[in-house]
Design a protein around this ligand. Structure first.
Ligand code: DL6
Length: 820
């Protein structure tokens, strides 16, 4: 190009109200093809999003250019889930355009809040793991770390939950129905991803090599999303892959004239990225899920190796150029894929390829539950990815040789550590541990238990691999955007800068002693409760009383998280009043908020959802309670709702059985927004408690070693019911049909599960939990002291910024340098 405009760097529209108005109208007219007077809300929202995009593009292109030229080591974050939440507000904040946009829209007669509400959040994740990935890409951009996030552009994200008769019904989440204004589709950058077929050997000029002859393939089309750093001019890329039928499919079927077959083939291909699997803790070994996993990592590795790396790159130097971070086991098939690329395609010898691979991957584990550790059957792997199975066998053979060298012919140990189990299942966590340069857990306790239990023998053999990186959350979304009033208060006290240096919240400690500051802090909390009330009134018709303690448990529904323990507390309070043992006037008024989705195939979890709604229906309508207890369970808890619920909460329920919750990140968001935690010594609760101090945290329940001890001694939950009168009464009340119109059978499975099985020891921790809740009531009675504790929670939890997590990844695992 010779035209001067083509040679000049791309420039952003002027960052003024007039500039914004002009760009917005241009987008409305040119992109949507409508005049302002005729524009629908969707038109306006789309044009607004396009305008914000326009401001970010110049930076983005510049960062892409720099990243291509930069020799610095980059991070490729491989994650099957990104639970992003709404984008508009975040992108406005990051680009420093919020005020300009608000004014510009007002000048066009548009209320920006209406635009905010119009956005459909991309729910491309199940819960903690996916939300963590979203926080991490935000922090990577904010810290200017050269990086790309790779994942899947599911056409349908996490299901939309509705309640019918109190029971969960799942509806498809058609988040793309109106199109997404934030993405850039790049069909020209598509990769071909192949499946099935067979392997063969061939003579490659005297060298016998293996190759894969796949049976079918699909096109992986990338959609790029901008990830702006917080007001630092940096824009990173999130690249999500969508599956489409290849030309070959079309051609073959076109030639055969079989229209029906042509459409079937296309649907088959597109199914791969059609829907997010809604299980987060008990993955099903489904073929489509393995297809999804291989689809996105194969496309990502091909993209990195052929599009990002220079053509003449010396592969020996790959570990200095890139690290692939495996977000749990979902992307672990990337390990044999990298070996296949290096050995079969790039013709490196096995040992050289393995040496490179071992330095290019690191693995984050997010669970302690045995059933959450993914395995793939040898049969399925062999059918779908025959070459990868061969590679896994060879990795395993060589690994077991090393085990033998080190520990001798200990057959039991060899069986225990084998990547391929006796039951012909490939243990993906083991593969990741063997292949990865580092393995990390997500909280101190979790990392310790990984080493001591889940991966104990691997720790014995290669202790240097193991490390911890405690999770974190982005303060931009979860403090600044979710809680603007608290943010203002903090800025008034500390000045700016704390949003990118969250440890500065420490300076609030002295303000906790200032009565005026406490009063202002309490006002913020009250305003956040009113805001939540408005949201819930409009959304679901729920009302939140001003003077109630707001007690919140929002997270996936899982037995180990123990929503039933929370329910037993509510039923106990209820039973005390209706039995006349406690005067209603002695009850601390409380509103209990639940938010939880259950995996559609998880029957017990769905029954507990039903029970929460059933208890709510009775408690909320019993006149004897005089409205002093209220259960609120808004359906379809998601990131958008979290941003309203968390800032309003007084009490954060983090009550998993010790040793089961890897970390938790909701616990961090609550503390940072000034809620006090009632919790067990589990996951990151341990670190929260250490930081905020015992006086500002309600600890209860068994510790992890106590849990182990009781389990080993033979846990009999019935004995705990016998020993605690109130516990028995609560269980009896549920079992009697009091919450199911007299029908005893509805919730009998929940009660008998607790009495006769109780894998997560709800009954063993009940007494201690109820006592802790009494301490909560007593503490809340002195509202000013409570506020002081709440301020100290904020002041002392700056550690939980995801910026700190990313710095820890850099120091302990990646050894990358942030870009200039
Ligand atoms: O690390 C993010 C998040 C943790 O905070 C939660 O404690 C943990 O349950 C969650 N794990 C998953 C399921 N993982 N697997 N496998 O979402 O990760």
């Amino acid at each position: 190009a010779t035209h001067p405009l083509a040679l000049a760097p791309v420039s952003s529209p002027p960052a003024t109200v007039d500039g914004f108005v002009r760009e917005f109208l241009l987008n409305l007219n040119m992109e949507r093809g409508v005049a302002l007077s005729a524009a629908t809300e969707t038109d306006k929202y789309m044009a607004l999003a396009a305008t914000v995009r326009d401001y970010l593009v110049a930076r983005w292109l510049e960062d892409q250019r720099r990243q291509r030229e930069d020799q610095r080591k980059a991070v490729c974050y491989l994650s099957a889930e990104y639970l992003l939440g709404r984008q508009l507000d975040n992108n406005l904040l990051a680009s420093g355009l919020t005020d300009i946009a608000t004014e510009a829209l007002a000048a066009c007669g548009i209320d920006i809040d209406t635009m905010r509400a119009h956005e459909v959040e991309p729910g491309l994740g199940n819960g903690g793991l996916g939300r963590l990935a979203a926080c991490f890409v935000d922090s990577l951009a904010t810290l200017s770390v050269p990086s790309i996030g790779y994942g899947i552009r599911y056409e349908y994200g996490i299901f939309r939950q509705v309640f019918r008769g109190g029971e969960q019904i799942e509806k498809p989440d058609a988040w793309l129905a109106l199109g997404s204004p934030w993405e850039f589709r790049h069909p020209e950058a598509a990769q071909t991803v192949s499946f099935a077929g067979h392997t063969e050997t061939y003579d490659d000029g005297g060298v016998i090599r293996s190759r894969w002859v796949p049976a079918w393939s699909v096109r992986a089309v990338p959609y790029n999303y901008m990830v702006p750093g917080y007001q630092n001019g940096r824009v990173n890329t999130l690249r999500l892959w969508s599956a489409e039928a290849t030309k070959a499919f079309d051609l073959r079927t076109f030639n055969s004239g079989d229209y029906v077959e042509a459409v079937r083939a296309q649907t088959f291909a597109e199914n791969i990225s059609k829907v997010l699997y809604p299980e987060d803790s008990t993955p099903q070994g489904k073929e489509l899920r393995l297809q999804q996993q291989y689809f996105f990592v194969a496309a990502s590795i091909a993209d990195y190796m052929t599009k990002v790396l220079p053509e003449d790159f010396d592969l020996e130097d790959l570990p200095d150029r890139v690290i692939f971070q495996l977000n749990d086991t979902h992307p672990v098939i990337a390990v044999p894929e990298m070996m296949r690329v290096l050995v079969d395609e790039r013709k490196l010898d096995w040992d050289a390829a393995w040496a490179i691979t071992q330095k290019c991957f690191a693995y984050t584990c997010h669970t302690l539950l045995p059933e959450a550790l993914e395995v793939w059957s040898v049969d399925l792997l062999g059918r779908l990815l025959p070459r990868h199975l061969e590679i896994i066998y060879r990795i395993n053979d060589e690994f077991l040789l090393r085990v033998r060298e080190r520990f001798g012919d200990d057959e039991q140990r060899l069986r225990d550590m084998s990547i391929v189990s006796e039951h012909r299942a490939v243990r993906m966590a083991y593969l990741a541990t063997v292949a990865g340069a580092k393995v990390n857990g997500v909280a101190e306790l979790h990392s310790q238990l990984l080493r001591e239990k889940v991966l104990h023998q691997f720790d014995e053999m290669m202790p240097e691999k193991f490390t911890n990186v405690t999770n974190g959350v982005t303060p931009r979304r979860f403090v600044r955007l979710a809680n603007p009033k608290l943010s203002e208060l903090i800025t008034a006290a500390l000045g700016t800068g704390w949003l990118t240096d969250l440890e500065r919240l420490r300076e609030l400690e002295s303000y906790a002693e200032d009565p005026d500051f406490r009063a202002a802090f309490a006002d913020v909390k009250a305003a956040n409760k009113r805001r939540l009330n408005d949201v819930l009134m409009k959304r679901d018709g729920f009302e939140i009383a001003d003077d109630h303690l707001l007690d919140v448990m929002v997270k996936r529904l899982h037995e180990y998280k123990r929503q039933t323990l929370k329910l037993l507390h509510i039923v106990t309070l209820y039973e005390r009043v209706v039995s006349g043992r406690v005067a209603v006037s002695d009850l601390q008024p409380r509103t209990f908020i639940f938010g939880a989705k259950a995996a559609p195939g998880y029957a017990m979890a769905k029954r507990v959802i039903h029970l929460i709604n059933a208890v709510g229906a009775v408690v909320n309508n019993d006149p004897r309670l005089e409205g002093r207890l209220k259960v609120v369970f808004p359906p379809n808890y998601n990131v958008t709702l979290a941003e309203r619920v968390i800032p309003a909460a007084d009490l954060s329920e983090q009550i998993s059985l010790a040793g089961k919750e890897a970390s938790g990140t909701g616990n961090m968001k609550f503390a940072l927004n000034g809620a006090l935690t009632i919790g067990t010594d589990d996951g990151a609760n341990v670190e929260i408690r250490e930081l905020v101090g015992d006086d500002n945290f309600f600890l209860f329940g068994m510790s992890e070693p106590e849990v182990e001890e009781l389990w080993a001694a033979g846990y009999r939950p019935g004995e705990f019911a016998q020993a605690d009168d109130e516990l028995r009464r609560a269980l009896d009340l549920i079992g009697s049909g009091a919450f199911s119109e007299g029908d005893r059978s509805t919730f009998e499975p929940v009660v008998s599960n607790l009495l006769y099985d109780d894998r997560f020891m709800v009954l063993a921790d009940y007494t201690s939990y109820i006592a802790a809740q009494e301490r909560v009531d007593a503490a809340y009675a002195d509202r000013d002291a409570w506020t002081r504790s709440a301020i100290l929670n904020v002041a002392r939890t700056g550690f939980f910024s995801s910026d700190r997590s990313i710095r820890d990844y850099i120091d302990r695992i990646w050894h990358t340098q942030p870009a200039r």
